[in-house]
Write a protein of this length. Structure first.
Length: 64
């Protein structure tokens, strides 16, 4: 079940990556729901999204 939540979170973040504020809000929610090792994987995923949308970098504060 936790893995399903991780995949769902990635899909949501992809869909809202056009809006930095919404992306940050969803990322903050994800940090409350995901396991620590999943957050490490999520950080890698977000770094790959940042290649297309560099403004998302400011949201990384929720993962540190």
């Amino acid at each position: 079940m936790p893995r399903a939540m991780f995949e769902y979170t990635k899909e949501i973040l992809k869909k809202v990556s056009f809006d930095v504020n919404l992306f940050c809000k969803e990322l903050k929610k994800a940090t409350e729901r995901l396991l620590p090792y999943e957050l490490d994987e999520l950080k890698s995923f977000i770094i790959s999204l940042m290649r297309k949308n560099p403004s998302l970098k400011q949201c990384l504060i929720y993962l540190d």
